[in-house]
Design a protein around this ligand. Sequence first.
Ligand SMILES: Cc1ncc(COP(=O)(O)O)c(C=O)c1O
Length: 378
Amino acid sequence: MKLFDVYPLFDVEIERGVACRTYDTNGVEYLDLYGGHAVISVGHSHPYFVKRLTQQAEKLLFYSNSVINRLQQELADKLGKLSGYDDYSLFLVNSGAEANENALKLASFHNGRKKVLAFRKSFHGRTSASVRVTDNPSIVAPINADMEVVFAPWNDLAAAQAILEQGDISSVIIEGIQGVGGIQIPDPEFLKGLERVCAQTGTVLILDEIQSGYGRSGKFFAHQHAGIRPGLITVAKGMGNGYPIGAVLISPEFKASYGLLGTTFGGNHLACVAGIAVLDIMKNEQLMENTTTVGNYLLTELKKLPGIREVRGQGLMIGIEFDQPVKEIRRRLLMEEKVFTGASGTTIIRLLPPLCLTLADADLFMSRFKKVLESQPA
Ligand SMILES: Cc1ncc(COP(=O)(O)O)c(C=O)c1O
């Protein structure tokens, strides 16, 4: 059987990782400024993470959600404390799209409405409701197209307010920082306004923190820079440092009932241990503080470089926008300088490194990046 060919691949096979470095099958070392798409949060194969997962694997990998699993409560307690959302409830799933799917459903169960407000350039995943609220018609299949969604312009409170005041919107879904859309940071006043108008119109505010959350912006959630508290928050990616796990954080106004939501694999023993280990490491190694320090340093250094249209970001979620396509710069960074980066669209380089990136790693990246830019034909 061959693989269904949906991913364009670089000719590199990674077989090992340590902190912010990965190694290919020839033993060549790469600096990881992408974390496998914002997934590696506490670092590749962190020894404590590996130890906790190994110990759990030797005991029990999985049992269903029909029996007590104390690890779920331990994860919820630690997440509540570190994120500042102790009073919320946790529903555990397996991926980002699934987290958004459940959040959109929960909002609709809650207020009985069907329509969703999303934003231009949004990305929320590839399952049915999640892909429909993603602003990319080319990945929405006909089977998903009937769900009612309105896309409003980014950072335009008046436009969103006019739509919400019609009174038929179930939820507003917005990324803490748009990732796929090109590292677009919402204005704090825009988020505060959305929170206010949602409260006035009985609309649920859903913050998709799948890419921007789990410390990546320097605070646990990017929306905490604006001081808002959404009804629902979705997480995945960095939550498991490579082990698939996602979740919805649910405000106390939502009432649970048996059978309302469910999943086979969500909240399994191994996933919970991965989630617990990530939170322990984030706390013990003060990774949010590190993210702020190293992120600010990178932003400052990148802004000094000539020939770049704009550098924007928060913490270790950084976009470097050029006037021209970045494909060749990224290819040379990887193949010649052994640095992994990501892209948004054709003209933006996206940096999403593990949160343990050091200042020395940042300097190494800067010197390799400058080398590529300086020898790049105009
Ligand atoms: C903001 C955001 N939401 C949702 C998703 C979907 O997550 P997953 O690929 O785990 O389904 C992504 C993935 O890139 C994302 O960046």
